[in-house]
Structure formats: structure tokens, C-alpha cells
Design a protein around this ligand. Structure first.
Ligand code: GLU
Length: 310
């Protein structure tokens, strides 16, 4: 069978590298892509590439082309056709509709500036406003119980809004404790890790014109593509709590999570797409070989946490 054809079966790992085409891939992406590919290779599994391009404003075809070029240059291959999330808005919209029927989402009309000023006013009065794991203030949630007629009128007036998860209500409906299997580099051998979705408050699941957010689309696609092991950066560790909650509420499979250490710059900061000098394209132009990039990305031949399935 061709190495490029997806294998199937209960014991065959399926992994994915899921970049967003909103900038050039850098060493951190190389680390993720290579760890995923290596894991699939060692375990006789399948390595998928998924283009996470739901953000229509920031995604660019040129960056998508650059993703293919960079990954091929690194020596990676994947089954075609590649899944592109922008082709799946209808599916995400259906799941959002299900959450609506369950009464778990509500339209939230406060703009970012309005949220900021409410938080500032509360903090000026001596209240410490709760922050999410990324440091952003939790949504005030004042519109959770807005009467239906008022909601309908606001929507009909063309007011912009986002669909937010009613976190407290979603948590009421699921069995506790909510856990995931973590087998990453920092902590984990596949043992259950307790999720804490409430730390995120009423997260955005969609916007008026985009019936999906990263959190919603990622769990739907991981389920649909039968991903067994999600290998991604430690920066998404905390977000896994939201993913687990959505999986429970929507009846989706939960993969094993394997969060890996991030590649950092000389000052210890995580790399970003705006640091042009760690872009794979720039390194390639400077004469780096794929082997050098793998070394700079901290890929070690014996990276044990990613050597085998749990
Ligand atoms: N698309 C996300 C990113 O580029 C990665 C999502 C994931 O691996 O869950 O950061």
C-alpha cells in the first residue's frame, strides 16, 4: 500500500499538523510538524495536514502555498486532498445549531472596547476581575439572560455579535470530573489530567458572519478525521479544557493529547509569525539544510514521549 494512503483501524494512530495560513511557518511549526510525522512513522500511523483557515481576513493563499513548500522541503508528505476548514463552514454551523437547541450558546453584543471599559470600571472600584489562562478578562456575561424578544430585536437591528458558550450551563450537563489523557513532554504518560473549562468563562464559539471559532472547528475536525493523538504546542495546553468540554457536549471522541515544548528565542520568548528570521523560508534561503532546521527545532532522535502510542 502506498505510504500516502490513509491506513485505518482501531490501533492505527492518526495525527495532524494543523497550521493557519496567516503567516510563514517558523521553527516552532517545524517542531510540531516533525513530531507529528515522526510519531506517525514510528507507530505505522497516518500523518495528515489540515489547513485551519477559518479566519478569512487573515488567511492568504500565498501563506498556504508557503506551508506546502516548507513542509515538502522538510521532507514531509501527507495524503491528498488536504482538508481546508474554510470548506466546512456548513458543518460547523450545524454543530452551532445543535448547541443552540441545547440552550448552551447566546448572542453576546459587547464589543472589545465595551468589555475593557466595564472591566476597568470594576477594577477601579476595587474588584479584581477574573482573567482567562491567556490573561484576557472573562466576558461579563450580562447578556446570558437577555429576554428573547430583546435579543431578536438587537440581531434584527444589525448589531454585531458573537455566539458565546454559556459555560455554567454547559458544565451542569456533563459528568465531573472532566479529564483528558495527557502524554506530552511536560507532564504526562497518558494519565488523566483534570480539565478546568470554567477558567475560560463564556468563550466565543462563532461570530455573526463566521459560524465557527478555532475551538469549535478543531474538535469537530479532530473527531471527523478520527485523530487519535493531538500533538501540538504547550501554548494550547490550557485550551484543551475547552476542547474536552465541547467534545462531551457534542458527543465527540477525545484523542490523547501530547503537548510539546515550544521553541523559544534567546530571550526565552515563544516564536511568533512576525519574527522573520526564524521563518523556515528565510532559514532555507540562508542555506540551512532540513537536518539543521530539525536540530534547531529541538528534534531529538530519541524524543521518548512521542515514540509510541499509550
Ligand atoms: N491552527 C492552530 C495554530 O496554527 C493549531 C491548532 C491545533 O493544533 O490544535 O496555532
Amino acid at each position: 500500500m502506498s505510504a500516502l494512503l490513509p491506513q485505518t483501524g482501531p490501533d492505527v494512530p492518526v495525527v495532524r499538523f494543523a497550521p493557519s495560513p496567516n503567516g510563514l511557518l517558523h521553527l516552532g511549526h517545524a517542531r510540531s510538524a516533525l513530531l507529528n510525522a515522526r510519531f506517525a512513522e514510528r507507530n505505522g500511523g497516518t500523518y495528515l495536514l489540515r489547513i485551519e483557515d477559518i479566519d478569512r481576513e487573515r488567511s492568504r493563499p500565498a501563506f498556504e502555498t508557503a506551508i506546502y513548500d516548507d513542509l515538502r522541503w522538510l521532507g514531509l508528505s501527507w495524503p491528498e486532498p488536504v482538508r481546508r476548514q474554510s470548506d466546512r463552514f456548513e458543518i460547523y454551523g450545524q454543530a452551532l445549531g445543535e448547541l443552540g437547541k441545547l440552550g448552551l450558546i447566546y448572542p453576546a453584543f459587547l464589543s472589545r472596547a465595551e468589555i475593557r471599559s466595564r472591566v476597568a470600571a470594576a477594577e477601579a472600584g476595587g474588584t479584581t476581575w477574573p482573567r482567562d489562562p491567556d490573561g484576557a478578562p472573562l466576558y461579563p456575561g450580562t447578556e446570558r439572560d437577555m429576554p428573547d424578544a430583546q435579543r431578536a430585536a438587537r440581531i434584527a437591528s444589525g448589531a454585531p455579535f458573537a455566539w458565546r458558550l454559556d459555560m455554567a450551563r454547559a458544565l451542569q450537563g456533563i459528568e465531573q470530573p472532566l479529564t483528558w489523557r495527557e502524554a506530552g513532554e511536560e507532564d504526562g504518560n497518558g494519565a488523566p489530567h483534570t480539565a478546568d473549562p470554567s477558567a475560560w468563562g463564556d468563550v466565543i464559539l462563532a461570530r455573526r458572519d463566521t459560524p465557527a471559532s478555532y475551538h469549535l472547528s478543531v474538535v469537530l475536525d479532530d473527531h471527523d478525521q478520527k485523530i487519535t493523538d493531538v500533538i501540538r504546542g504547550q501554548d494550547l495546553f490550557a485550551a484543551t479544557s475547552i476542547h474536552r468540554l465541547l467534545q462531551e457536549v457534542l458527543g465527540l471522541r477525545a484523542p490523547v493529547y501530547r503537548h510539546h515544548r515550544l521553541v523559544v528565542d534567546e530571550t526565552g520568548r515563544k516564536l511568533s509569525k512576525s519574527d522573520a528570521d526564524t521563518a523556515l523560508a528565510a532559514l532555507r534561503e540562508d542555506g540551512c539544510t532540513p537536518a539543521t532546521v530539525a536540530r534547531l527545532a529541538g528534534i531529538d532522535a530519541d524524543l521518548e514521549p512521542f515514540a509510541s502510542a499509550v
